[in-house]
Design a protein around this ligand. Structure first.
Ligand SMILES: Cc1cc2nc3c(=O)[nH]c(=O)nc-3n(C[C@H](O)[C@H](O)[C@H](O)COP(=O)(O)O)c2cc1C
Length: 491
């Protein structure tokens, strides 16, 4: 990229298969389509709309349990009326339908390394990679809800850093299944080989010497293989990750091709961004091959005042109990045990105190305000813990540019106050301005290409880059076995 050329932003839509995602209660807003989450036509139409506007991807968050900490333990009463990420459907099933009515937009789907067997997960993602023509991405999470742990047969969650150690071995298993179980040219049969009289005798579907067991025997997983699916366009899905603890950053530097961050200010994400890129470089990767995408809620209108009025109107539909339930699930702390006038800037619990002080010092318009339950709930009702950028087209575009310049982020994961209206406003007002400023592409880099080709902006980049950890497992044409297997001590 020349020094005068501006960085091209990655723009994703952030969604969930639930009545509300980061907007508890907003299904009550008259135009909101949150409750349509179970209607496949809703998702197909949204995918088409976002593709027409050239969004890079739709990114689906997902959780495997209810937010039951607030007024708990194990109480979903405040969560259920708000539709606060509950009920929630599995996002993966909607992807083939969305892929069938689009050709270039990518699909990021969250799946957990803590509760799902790698053999089964690898198969599901290969299946969808085939059916979407290489447009699936995996948002790798280690999960955070005790309610999920209990439903998967554990008393409580696996310890935080241990979850990342499990995830690291998990990725090795999936790389072996995706990259090293089937040789690139193992499949011999093409549909065009068929003749009116049937197959020529002896023609094979695949070469048995091109399909091998992986025989993974590790600390956490035993997986003999082979992988059930033949090689899909990307093999390994495009890898996304969210999580910025020390263990999370190390994991991202090794495995992630895109990292999601949440913060209030670009100055505050910069140290994490620099650390992830530096750790990636130390591992021999191109630090620019990790795309950093910040979560943001953008409410844009013709003027700053109109945007603020829109935001204030959305807030009226918010569900404060639902917001406090989300807080409880994210942090593990039940604010119902405190009085209504407790100012959490001064609470004894250090984790809550530091989080609330962080908000108090960074959230615009809250200077001098008491951070009691009501303030916390109001703050989390729209856009969760991500930055909220509210204003006219130029105000919002200036602020996004500042995030790029100061935070060194590569793009944004845009959540919604209300679906589809928030995306409609972005499409109608914001994206044309970003295009005018030379910050956003006018078309996909690789039309009809894979998710990875479009995220790297490079035709032919459907597979992991050579310097990526997963590329060590490639089994290429002409090789009797994948090279990693000759040195693998665990074989
Ligand atoms: C922007 C963002 C989006 C996330 N989305 C999900 C999600 O959809 N599902 C999930 O289980 N965890 C999600 N997480 C949680 C992380 O995957 C991770 O479990 C959490 O941040 C704790 O990891 P850490 O301590 O390394 O930050 C998300 C985190 C961030 C910052």
């Amino acid at each position: 990229m020349g020094s005068t050329e501006k960085k091209q932003l990655i723009i994703n839509a952030f969604a969930m298969h639930s009545p509300s995602h980061l907007n508890p209660g907003l299904f009550r807003y008259p135009a909101d389509k949150g409750a349509d989450y179970k209607n496949i036509k809703h998702w197909m139409a949204l995918a088409q709309k976002l593709e027409k506007a050239k969004f890079h991807a739709i990114f689906f968050a997902d959780v495997l349990g209810g937010y039951d900490v607030y007024r708990g333990p194990a109480n979903l009463d405040p969560t259920i009326p708000a539709g606060a990420q509950f009920p929630i459907n599995d996002p993966l099933y909607s992807i083939p339908a969305m892929a069938a009515v689009t050709e270039s937009i990518g699909f990021g789907v969250t799946a957990s390394t803590t509760y799902d067997a790698p053999y089964a997960l690898a198969r599901r993602f290969s299946t969808v990679d085939h059916l979407s023509n290489g447009r699936i991405g995996w948002n790798i999470v280690t999960s955070y809800l005790d309610s999920a742990a209990r439903n998967f047969g554990l008393d409580t969650q696996v310890e935080h850093d241990e979850r990342y150690r499990i995830a690291d071995e998990y990725l090795d298993v999936t790389y072996k299944l995706w990259e090293a179980s089937w040789r690139d040219d193992a499949v011999e049969w093409k549909q065009s080989d068929a003749t009116p009289n049937g197959a020529v005798e002896g023609q094979r579907y695949a070469d048995p010497r091109g399909v091998r067991q992986i025989n993974h025997k590790g600390k956490y997983f035993q997986v003999p293989g082979p992988h059930l699916c033949e090689p899909s366009p990307q093999r390994t899905p495009f890898l996304l990750q969210a999580g910025t603890s020390t263990a999370g950053k190390a994991f991202a530097a090794k495995h992630a091709e895109a990292v999601f961050l949440h913060a209030q200010k670009p100055e505050l994400v910069r140290p994490s961004v620099d650390s992830i890129r530096q750790q990636a470089a130390d591992l021999g990767r191109n630090p620019r091959d990790i795309k950093i995408v910040a979560g943001a809620l953008v409410v844009v209108a013709e003027t700053d005042e109109a945007a603020q009025a829109k935001f204030d109107n959305f807030k009226k539909y918010g569900d404060t109990e639902g917001a406090l339930a989300l807080f409880g699930g994210w942090t593990g702390y039940d604010l119902s045990t405190y009085t209504d006038d407790q100012d959490f800037r001064f609470v004894e619990q250090p984790a809550v105190r530091s989080m609330v002080n962080h908000w108090a010092s960074t959230v615009p318009g809250t200077e001098g305000k008491k951070w009691d339950k009501k303030t916390i709930a109001e703050y989390l009702t729209l856009g969760g813990n991500g930055v909220k950028i509210i204003g006219s087209v130029s105000t919002v575009a200036d602020e996004l540019e500042r995030w790029v310049d100061v935070g060194d982020v590569d793009g944004f994961n845009l959540s919604y106050a209300t679906i589809d209206e928030t995306f409609d406003d972005i499409i109608e007002l914001l994206l044309p301005e970003l295009q005018r400023r030379g910050l956003f592409w006018s078309d996909y880099a690789v039309k009809g290409g894979t998710f990875r080709e479009n995220m790297y902006g490079k035709q032919g980049q459907s597979r992991l880059p050579d310097a990526h950890q997963g590329a060590k497992f490639f089994w290429k044409q002409g090789e009797e076995v994948p090279p990693y297997s000759l040195t693998e001590s665990q074989q």
